[in-house]
Design a protein around this ligand. Structure first.
Ligand SMILES: Cc1ncc(COP(=O)(O)O)c(C=O)c1O
Length: 388
Protein backbone atom coordinates (compact mmCIF):
# COMPACT_ATOMS: atom_id res chain seq x y z
CA UNK A 1 0.00 0.00 0.00
CA UNK A 2 1.30 3.44 -0.92
CA UNK A 3 0.62 6.31 1.50
CA UNK A 4 -0.42 9.86 0.59
CA UNK A 5 3.27 10.76 0.83
CA UNK A 6 3.94 8.28 -1.97
CA UNK A 7 5.85 5.89 0.31
CA UNK A 8 5.37 2.14 0.00
CA UNK A 9 6.02 1.29 3.63
CA UNK A 10 7.33 -2.26 3.17
CA UNK A 11 8.95 -1.96 -0.24
CA UNK A 12 12.40 -2.30 1.34
CA UNK A 13 11.61 -5.87 2.41
CA UNK A 14 10.92 -7.04 -1.12
CA UNK A 15 13.92 -5.06 -2.37
CA UNK A 16 16.17 -6.88 0.10
CA UNK A 17 15.00 -10.25 -1.22
CA UNK A 18 15.45 -9.14 -4.80
CA UNK A 19 18.95 -7.88 -4.11
CA UNK A 20 19.87 -11.17 -2.50
CA UNK A 21 18.46 -13.31 -5.33
CA UNK A 22 16.61 -16.62 -4.94
CA UNK A 23 19.70 -18.79 -4.38
CA UNK A 24 20.85 -16.70 -1.42
CA UNK A 25 17.45 -16.40 0.24
CA UNK A 26 17.25 -18.14 3.60
CA UNK A 27 14.45 -19.88 5.43
CA UNK A 28 14.17 -21.73 8.72
CA UNK A 29 13.96 -25.49 8.90
CA UNK A 30 13.35 -27.69 11.91
CA UNK A 31 15.64 -30.38 13.22
CA UNK A 32 15.75 -32.42 16.42
CA UNK A 33 18.74 -34.14 17.91
CA UNK A 34 19.07 -37.92 17.79
CA UNK A 35 21.50 -40.29 19.46
CA UNK A 36 25.00 -40.16 17.99
CA UNK A 37 25.97 -37.84 15.15
CA UNK A 38 22.43 -37.61 13.78
CA UNK A 39 19.74 -34.99 13.54
CA UNK A 40 16.15 -35.77 12.69
CA UNK A 41 14.24 -33.80 10.13
CA UNK A 42 10.60 -34.85 10.12
CA UNK A 43 10.81 -38.64 10.21
CA UNK A 44 14.26 -38.86 8.60
CA UNK A 45 17.49 -39.20 10.54
CA UNK A 46 20.32 -37.28 8.86
CA UNK A 47 24.01 -37.83 9.51
CA UNK A 48 25.13 -34.51 11.00
CA UNK A 49 27.98 -32.63 9.36
CA UNK A 50 26.59 -29.18 10.15
CA UNK A 51 26.08 -28.59 13.86
CA UNK A 52 28.84 -27.13 16.05
CA UNK A 53 28.41 -29.83 18.71
CA UNK A 54 32.07 -30.75 18.26
CA UNK A 55 32.30 -32.94 21.37
CA UNK A 56 28.72 -34.23 21.34
CA UNK A 57 28.09 -32.52 24.70
CA UNK A 58 24.67 -31.06 23.85
CA UNK A 59 23.11 -34.47 24.57
CA UNK A 60 25.53 -35.51 27.31
CA UNK A 61 23.74 -37.01 30.37
CA UNK A 62 26.14 -35.17 32.72
CA UNK A 63 25.14 -31.79 31.32
CA UNK A 64 21.48 -32.75 31.29
CA UNK A 65 21.70 -33.85 34.96
CA UNK A 66 23.42 -30.57 35.94
CA UNK A 67 20.82 -28.49 34.08
CA UNK A 68 17.96 -30.44 35.65
CA UNK A 69 19.35 -30.05 39.18
CA UNK A 70 19.84 -26.31 38.65
CA UNK A 71 16.31 -25.93 37.36
CA UNK A 72 14.96 -27.66 40.48
CA UNK A 73 17.02 -25.41 42.75
CA UNK A 74 16.80 -22.07 40.94
CA UNK A 75 13.88 -22.37 38.50
CA UNK A 76 13.82 -21.71 34.78
CA UNK A 77 14.78 -18.05 34.62
CA UNK A 78 17.17 -15.62 36.31
CA UNK A 79 14.34 -13.05 36.63
CA UNK A 80 16.49 -9.94 36.26
CA UNK A 81 19.74 -8.47 35.06
CA UNK A 82 22.91 -9.49 36.87
CA UNK A 83 23.05 -5.93 38.21
CA UNK A 84 19.58 -6.08 39.73
CA UNK A 85 18.87 -9.43 41.40
CA UNK A 86 19.63 -11.94 38.65
CA UNK A 87 23.12 -12.84 39.79
CA UNK A 88 22.89 -16.26 41.46
CA UNK A 89 25.69 -18.21 43.15
CA UNK A 90 25.67 -20.38 40.03
CA UNK A 91 26.65 -17.46 37.77
CA UNK A 92 29.46 -16.58 40.16
CA UNK A 93 30.59 -20.20 40.31
CA UNK A 94 30.77 -20.43 36.52
CA UNK A 95 32.72 -17.17 36.28
CA UNK A 96 35.19 -18.37 38.89
CA UNK A 97 35.56 -21.69 37.05
CA UNK A 98 36.14 -19.85 33.77
CA UNK A 99 38.72 -17.51 35.25
CA UNK A 100 40.58 -20.49 36.75
CA UNK A 101 40.29 -22.53 33.54
CA UNK A 102 41.58 -19.59 31.49
CA UNK A 103 44.28 -18.72 34.04
CA UNK A 104 42.96 -15.16 34.16
CA UNK A 105 42.02 -12.75 36.89
CA UNK A 106 38.34 -12.67 35.99
CA UNK A 107 35.54 -13.74 33.67
CA UNK A 108 32.08 -12.35 32.88
CA UNK A 109 29.08 -14.13 31.38
CA UNK A 110 27.06 -12.98 28.40
CA UNK A 111 23.82 -14.31 26.94
CA UNK A 112 25.46 -15.07 23.61
CA UNK A 113 28.70 -14.69 21.74
CA UNK A 114 27.04 -12.26 19.41
CA UNK A 115 25.93 -10.10 22.29
CA UNK A 116 29.38 -10.23 23.89
CA UNK A 117 31.19 -9.07 20.76
CA UNK A 118 28.54 -6.56 19.77
CA UNK A 119 28.59 -4.85 23.15
CA UNK A 120 32.11 -5.31 24.51
CA UNK A 121 33.91 -3.80 21.53
CA UNK A 122 32.11 -0.43 21.77
CA UNK A 123 33.33 -0.14 25.37
CA UNK A 124 36.95 -0.50 24.22
CA UNK A 125 37.05 1.77 21.18
CA UNK A 126 35.63 5.15 20.22
CA UNK A 127 35.92 7.82 17.53
CA UNK A 128 39.54 8.37 18.51
CA UNK A 129 40.42 4.72 17.81
CA UNK A 130 41.58 2.72 14.82
CA UNK A 131 40.59 -0.94 14.83
CA UNK A 132 42.11 -3.47 12.44
CA UNK A 133 39.94 -6.50 11.81
CA UNK A 134 40.78 -9.71 9.97
CA UNK A 135 38.87 -9.75 6.68
CA UNK A 136 37.18 -13.04 7.62
CA UNK A 137 36.28 -12.15 11.20
CA UNK A 138 32.79 -13.07 12.34
CA UNK A 139 29.91 -10.71 11.75
CA UNK A 140 29.48 -10.09 15.50
CA UNK A 141 33.04 -8.74 15.70
CA UNK A 142 32.48 -6.43 12.78
CA UNK A 143 29.18 -5.34 14.25
CA UNK A 144 30.86 -4.46 17.55
CA UNK A 145 33.66 -2.57 15.86
CA UNK A 146 31.21 -0.57 13.74
CA UNK A 147 29.06 0.16 16.78
CA UNK A 148 32.12 1.61 18.53
CA UNK A 149 32.25 4.40 15.89
CA UNK A 150 36.00 3.84 15.63
CA UNK A 151 37.81 4.14 12.32
CA UNK A 152 38.29 0.59 11.14
CA UNK A 153 40.06 -1.26 8.36
CA UNK A 154 40.11 -4.89 7.38
CA UNK A 155 43.47 -6.51 6.99
CA UNK A 156 43.87 -9.33 4.49
CA UNK A 157 43.04 -12.64 6.07
CA UNK A 158 45.88 -13.75 8.36
CA UNK A 159 48.23 -11.42 6.47
CA UNK A 160 50.42 -10.05 9.26
CA UNK A 161 52.52 -7.93 6.90
CA UNK A 162 49.41 -6.14 5.76
CA UNK A 163 48.31 -5.75 9.37
CA UNK A 164 51.68 -4.25 10.27
CA UNK A 165 51.50 -1.82 7.33
CA UNK A 166 48.14 -0.59 8.57
CA UNK A 167 49.49 -0.27 12.11
CA UNK A 168 52.42 1.76 10.83
CA UNK A 169 50.06 4.11 8.99
CA UNK A 170 47.96 4.78 12.10
CA UNK A 171 47.87 8.46 13.06
CA UNK A 172 49.72 9.33 16.25
CA UNK A 173 47.69 9.35 19.41
CA UNK A 174 44.84 7.04 18.33
CA UNK A 175 43.92 4.04 20.41
CA UNK A 176 44.69 0.92 18.36
CA UNK A 177 42.88 -2.39 18.31
CA UNK A 178 43.44 -5.74 16.63
CA UNK A 179 40.40 -7.98 16.34
CA UNK A 180 40.24 -11.53 15.02
CA UNK A 181 38.90 -15.01 15.51
CA UNK A 182 41.37 -17.70 16.51
CA UNK A 183 39.73 -20.48 14.47
CA UNK A 184 37.81 -19.09 11.52
CA UNK A 185 34.28 -20.35 11.55
CA UNK A 186 33.78 -20.74 7.82
CA UNK A 187 37.27 -21.79 6.71
CA UNK A 188 38.50 -23.85 9.63
CA UNK A 189 41.97 -22.32 9.63
CA UNK A 190 43.55 -20.60 12.62
CA UNK A 191 45.33 -17.39 13.20
CA UNK A 192 48.81 -17.13 14.68
CA UNK A 193 48.14 -15.72 18.12
CA UNK A 194 51.84 -15.15 18.90
CA UNK A 195 52.27 -13.07 15.73
CA UNK A 196 49.23 -11.00 16.60
CA UNK A 197 50.47 -10.54 20.16
CA UNK A 198 53.89 -9.44 18.89
CA UNK A 199 52.28 -6.78 16.70
CA UNK A 200 49.92 -5.72 19.46
CA UNK A 201 52.86 -5.33 21.85
CA UNK A 202 54.99 -3.46 19.31
CA UNK A 203 52.27 -0.95 18.43
CA UNK A 204 50.56 -0.77 21.80
CA UNK A 205 47.28 -2.16 20.42
CA UNK A 206 44.50 -3.82 22.40
CA UNK A 207 44.32 -7.46 21.24
CA UNK A 208 40.75 -8.84 21.21
CA UNK A 209 40.30 -12.44 20.09
CA UNK A 210 37.24 -14.63 19.71
CA UNK A 211 38.02 -18.24 20.66
CA UNK A 212 34.52 -19.57 19.90
CA UNK A 213 35.59 -22.44 17.63
CA UNK A 214 38.77 -23.35 19.49
CA UNK A 215 37.35 -23.65 23.01
CA UNK A 216 36.99 -27.30 23.97
CA UNK A 217 38.71 -28.44 20.82
CA UNK A 218 42.24 -27.04 20.74
CA UNK A 219 44.86 -26.03 23.29
CA UNK A 220 45.86 -27.50 26.63
CA UNK A 221 42.81 -29.09 28.29
CA UNK A 222 40.71 -27.71 25.43
CA UNK A 223 41.35 -24.16 26.58
CA UNK A 224 41.48 -22.83 23.02
CA UNK A 225 44.14 -20.60 21.54
CA UNK A 226 43.46 -17.25 23.20
CA UNK A 227 41.89 -17.78 26.61
CA UNK A 228 45.14 -18.73 28.35
CA UNK A 229 47.43 -16.69 26.15
CA UNK A 230 49.06 -14.20 28.52
CA UNK A 231 49.43 -11.48 25.87
CA UNK A 232 45.83 -11.54 24.61
CA UNK A 233 44.11 -8.66 26.40
CA UNK A 234 40.54 -9.76 25.85
CA UNK A 235 39.38 -13.27 24.89
CA UNK A 236 35.81 -14.37 24.26
CA UNK A 237 34.53 -17.94 24.41
CA UNK A 238 31.08 -19.33 23.67
CA UNK A 239 29.13 -22.21 25.19
CA UNK A 240 26.96 -22.92 22.16
CA UNK A 241 29.57 -24.90 20.28
CA UNK A 242 31.90 -27.47 21.89
CA UNK A 243 30.36 -26.79 25.33
CA UNK A 244 26.93 -28.05 24.24
CA UNK A 245 25.03 -25.24 25.94
CA UNK A 246 24.38 -21.55 25.16
CA UNK A 247 25.77 -18.18 26.15
CA UNK A 248 29.28 -16.80 26.21
CA UNK A 249 31.95 -15.23 28.37
CA UNK A 250 34.85 -12.86 28.27
CA UNK A 251 38.10 -13.28 30.21
CA UNK A 252 40.42 -10.39 30.99
CA UNK A 253 41.95 -8.51 33.90
CA UNK A 254 39.90 -7.91 37.03
CA UNK A 255 39.91 -4.18 36.38
CA UNK A 256 38.54 -4.61 32.84
CA UNK A 257 35.80 -6.92 34.11
CA UNK A 258 34.90 -4.35 36.78
CA UNK A 259 34.86 -1.71 34.05
CA UNK A 260 32.41 -3.82 32.00
CA UNK A 261 30.13 -4.38 34.99
CA UNK A 262 29.79 -0.61 34.96
CA UNK A 263 29.79 0.13 31.25
CA UNK A 264 28.86 -2.82 29.03
CA UNK A 265 25.24 -2.56 27.88
CA UNK A 266 25.12 -6.25 26.85
CA UNK A 267 25.71 -7.15 30.48
CA UNK A 268 23.82 -4.40 32.26
CA UNK A 269 20.61 -4.15 30.25
CA UNK A 270 19.74 -7.79 29.80
CA UNK A 271 18.37 -10.65 31.84
CA UNK A 272 21.05 -12.95 33.24
CA UNK A 273 21.51 -16.37 31.62
CA UNK A 274 18.90 -18.92 32.77
CA UNK A 275 20.14 -21.19 35.60
CA UNK A 276 19.82 -24.54 33.73
CA UNK A 277 21.91 -23.12 30.90
CA UNK A 278 24.55 -21.83 33.30
CA UNK A 279 24.70 -25.22 35.04
CA UNK A 280 25.12 -27.07 31.73
CA UNK A 281 27.93 -24.70 30.75
CA UNK A 282 29.61 -25.19 34.12
CA UNK A 283 29.41 -28.98 33.77
CA UNK A 284 30.97 -28.67 30.31
CA UNK A 285 33.84 -26.47 31.51
CA UNK A 286 34.55 -28.92 34.32
CA UNK A 287 34.56 -31.81 31.84
CA UNK A 288 36.77 -30.25 29.17
CA UNK A 289 40.17 -31.21 30.67
CA UNK A 290 39.30 -34.90 30.60
CA UNK A 291 38.11 -34.94 26.98
CA UNK A 292 41.58 -35.26 25.46
CA UNK A 293 40.81 -38.59 23.72
CA UNK A 294 37.74 -36.99 22.09
CA UNK A 295 39.84 -34.01 20.95
CA UNK A 296 42.47 -36.27 19.45
CA UNK A 297 39.88 -38.35 17.66
CA UNK A 298 38.22 -35.20 16.34
CA UNK A 299 41.46 -33.87 14.87
CA UNK A 300 42.37 -37.27 13.44
CA UNK A 301 39.03 -37.71 11.75
CA UNK A 302 39.13 -34.14 10.40
CA UNK A 303 42.59 -34.82 8.93
CA UNK A 304 41.24 -38.00 7.38
CA UNK A 305 38.34 -36.14 5.77
CA UNK A 306 40.63 -33.43 4.40
CA UNK A 307 42.95 -36.05 2.97
CA UNK A 308 40.08 -37.93 1.31
CA UNK A 309 38.79 -34.71 -0.22
CA UNK A 310 42.17 -33.46 -1.36
CA UNK A 311 43.03 -36.89 -2.85
CA UNK A 312 40.00 -36.45 -5.07
CA UNK A 313 41.03 -32.94 -6.07
CA UNK A 314 38.36 -31.21 -4.00
CA UNK A 315 39.19 -27.83 -2.50
CA UNK A 316 39.08 -27.72 1.33
CA UNK A 317 40.66 -24.30 1.46
CA UNK A 318 43.15 -23.72 4.28
CA UNK A 319 41.27 -25.87 6.83
CA UNK A 320 43.37 -27.29 9.65
CA UNK A 321 40.73 -27.95 12.29
CA UNK A 322 37.40 -29.74 12.80
CA UNK A 323 35.77 -27.32 10.32
CA UNK A 324 36.37 -28.50 6.76
CA UNK A 325 34.86 -26.36 4.02
CA UNK A 326 34.27 -27.86 0.64
CA UNK A 327 34.55 -24.91 -1.69
CA UNK A 328 32.07 -25.15 -4.49
CA UNK A 329 31.86 -21.65 -6.00
CA UNK A 330 28.38 -20.47 -6.81
CA UNK A 331 25.43 -20.67 -4.46
CA UNK A 332 23.32 -22.73 -6.90
CA UNK A 333 26.00 -25.43 -7.07
CA UNK A 334 26.44 -25.52 -3.31
CA UNK A 335 22.69 -25.80 -2.80
CA UNK A 336 22.38 -28.57 -5.38
CA UNK A 337 25.17 -30.54 -3.72
CA UNK A 338 23.67 -30.08 -0.24
CA UNK A 339 20.32 -31.30 -1.58
CA UNK A 340 21.90 -34.35 -3.12
CA UNK A 341 23.58 -35.20 0.17
CA UNK A 342 20.38 -34.71 2.05
CA UNK A 343 18.53 -37.05 -0.30
CA UNK A 344 21.18 -39.62 0.68
CA UNK A 345 20.65 -39.00 4.43
CA UNK A 346 23.48 -36.55 5.10
CA UNK A 347 23.14 -33.04 6.45
CA UNK A 348 25.78 -30.63 5.15
CA UNK A 349 24.32 -27.17 4.90
CA UNK A 350 25.38 -24.90 2.04
CA UNK A 351 26.91 -21.63 3.24
CA UNK A 352 26.42 -18.80 0.78
CA UNK A 353 27.13 -15.10 0.42
CA UNK A 354 26.91 -12.79 2.24
CA UNK A 355 28.02 -15.14 5.05
CA UNK A 356 31.06 -15.97 2.88
CA UNK A 357 32.58 -13.88 0.06
CA UNK A 358 30.99 -14.00 -3.42
CA UNK A 359 32.12 -16.98 -5.49
CA UNK A 360 33.10 -19.02 -2.42
CA UNK A 361 29.83 -20.76 -1.61
CA UNK A 362 30.61 -23.98 0.17
CA UNK A 363 29.51 -26.92 2.19
CA UNK A 364 30.80 -26.29 5.68
CA UNK A 365 31.54 -29.82 6.85
CA UNK A 366 31.83 -30.00 10.60
CA UNK A 367 33.34 -32.97 12.37
CA UNK A 368 32.21 -34.22 15.76
CA UNK A 369 34.03 -36.53 18.13
CA UNK A 370 31.35 -39.20 17.66
CA UNK A 371 31.97 -39.42 13.91
CA UNK A 372 33.57 -42.70 12.92
CA UNK A 373 35.44 -43.65 9.73
CA UNK A 374 32.27 -45.24 8.30
CA UNK A 375 30.50 -41.88 8.58
CA UNK A 376 33.27 -40.23 6.54
CA UNK A 377 33.12 -43.06 4.04
CA UNK A 378 29.38 -42.53 3.63
CA UNK A 379 29.92 -38.79 3.10
CA UNK A 380 32.77 -39.13 0.63
CA UNK A 381 30.95 -41.84 -1.35
CA UNK A 382 27.88 -39.67 -1.84
CA UNK A 383 30.03 -36.65 -2.67
CA UNK A 384 31.93 -38.66 -5.27
CA UNK A 385 28.68 -39.61 -6.96
CA UNK A 386 27.19 -36.15 -6.75
CA UNK A 387 29.97 -33.85 -7.70
CA UNK A 388 31.28 -33.49 -11.19
C1 LIG B 1 33.48 -16.72 15.86
C2 LIG B 1 32.10 -16.58 16.40
N1 LIG B 1 31.87 -15.70 17.39
C3 LIG B 1 30.66 -15.54 17.91
C4 LIG B 1 29.58 -16.28 17.44
C5 LIG B 1 28.26 -16.06 18.06
O1 LIG B 1 28.13 -16.85 19.20
P1 LIG B 1 26.69 -17.18 19.77
O2 LIG B 1 26.15 -18.28 18.91
O3 LIG B 1 26.91 -17.57 21.18
O4 LIG B 1 25.89 -15.93 19.62
C6 LIG B 1 29.77 -17.22 16.41
C7 LIG B 1 28.70 -18.04 15.86
O5 LIG B 1 27.74 -18.42 16.36
C8 LIG B 1 31.07 -17.37 15.88
O6 LIG B 1 31.29 -18.23 14.89
Amino acid sequence: MVSDRGVAKWAFVEEAFQKRGPSNRRSLREFSPEAGPYLRQGDRPLLDFSSNDYLGLAQDPRLIAAATAAMRRYGTGAMASRLVCGSFPLHQQLEEALAAFSQREAALLFSSGYQANATLLPTLFDRQSLVLVDRLAHNSLLFGVQASKAQWRRYRHNDFDHLEQLLQQAPAGVRLGIVSETVFSMDGDRTDVDRLADLADRYGAILYLDDAHALGVLGTEGSGLALRHPRVDVAVGTFGKACGSAGAFVVASRSLCDYWINTCPGLIYTTAIAPPVVAAALAAVQLLPELEPERQHLQAIAAELRQSCRDRGWDCGPSETQIVPLLVGESEQALALAQRLEAAGILAIAIRPPTVPEGTARLRLVLRSDHQPQHLHQLVTVLSEGWV
